[in-house]
Design a protein around this ligand. Structure first.
Ligand SMILES: NC(=O)c1ccc[n+]([C@@H]2O[C@H](COP(=O)([O-])OP(=O)(O)OC[C@H]3O[C@@H](n4cnc5c(N)ncnc54)[C@H](OP(=O)(O)O)[C@@H]3O)[C@@H](O)[C@H]2O)c1
Length: 260
């Protein structure tokens, strides 16, 4: 089966909704898109950060749409505001996510529920909001930031890992349905990126990259119409290889080389 799906020739004038634009990877993507001349709707909970970002654009280039991804009605209202302003949307870029380190000895159900609400149901709510119009217009891009942590079980990720694994499966299933309908799905799997989310890590993060480099990888991948956008390759390819190994070898490598 062909994996071909539409890319994006240029971002100028494109109608993009970045959810999770107030920090880290999402903020870097939003800044790049604003500089490239896209019309950018910016979402996250921190209103003042959205306003600061908005001020970087020309008059009417950006929309500041504060919302909490755990609240479906807030996502729906924000999408309605986009449609009122721009009569549609070309690219949903869902970046928002939370990481609460959890191991067996501190596994807390409340933290797991919070993670699933934000990282699994959050993107599903946003996709549910935009899909009907995109299907009707036979065009549009849905890009979701997951993680290489979704490839296979890793330490300190008892809720985060499963939430990102769910997004891989969700993107695969979406691709199957949407590619024949002319829509593009972009499954984004970053390795370690230097952001407030990873600042809490107390171990050396291999192949750490900047949010700006992550944004370049993401936006270039979307422009090229790629489904599987993973980076940095030296790290993501290694993890893709690990998940193919038989479990005894997989866990042996984890125990010997991952000292966290
Ligand atoms: N950093 C990494 O190494 C790495 C690696 C792989 C994947 N990722 C993924 O990349 C994405 C961005 O991570 P990051 O490192 O850039 O993290 P970050 O700097 O902590 O940014 C997280 C973003 O998500 C938003 N967010 C969180 N909960 C939200 C909620 N309930 N409602 C609305 N917005 C919410 C935050 O906005 P507000 O706080 O303003 O709401 C913020 O804009 C996440 O999905 C993360 O899992 C990160």
């Amino acid at each position: 089966m062909s994996m071909q799906q539409p890319g994006i020739t240029q971002f100028t004038g494109l109608r993009v909704w970045v959810i999770g634009a107030t920090s880290g990877i999402g903020e870097a993507c939003a800044k790049t898109l604003i500089t490239a001349g896209a019309r950018v709707a910016l979402s996250g909970r921190r209103f003042e950060r959205l306003e600061t970002l908005c001020a970087l654009g020309q008059v009417n280039q950006c929309l500041s749409l504060p919302l909490d991804v755990t609240k479906a009605e807030q996502i729906d209202l924000a999408y309605q505001a986009i449609v009122r302003a721009w009569h549609g949307l070309d690219l949903l870029l869902f970046v928002s996510g939370i990481y609460i380190p959890l191991r067996a000895d501190n596994f807390a159900l409340a933290a797991a529920e919070q993670t699933v609400q934000a990282n699994v149901l959050g993107p599903m709510r946003a996709v549910a909001a935009v899909l009907p119009d995109m299907l009707e217009q036979h065009a549009g891009h849905i890009a979701i930031v997951g993680s290489v942590a979704g490839y296979s079980g890793l330490p300190k990720a008892l809720a985060y890992g499963p939430s990102k694994a769910a997004m891989i499966n969700f993107c695969e299933a979406l691709f199957y349905d949407l590619q024949p309908r002319g829509l593009s799905v972009h499954m984004i799997s970053p390795g370690f990126v230097e952001t407030p989310a990873t600042a809490q890590n107390d171990f050396v993060m291999p192949a750490l990259i900047s949010p700006e480099t992550a944004a370049q990888e993401i936006l270039a991948g979307i422009q090229q119409g790629k489904f599987d956008i993973h980076f940095p390759k030296r790290f993501s390819r290694f993890l893709k290889f690990l998940r193919l190994l038989p479990y005894p070898i997989y866990f042996w490598i984890l125990r010997h080389f991952v000292k966290i």
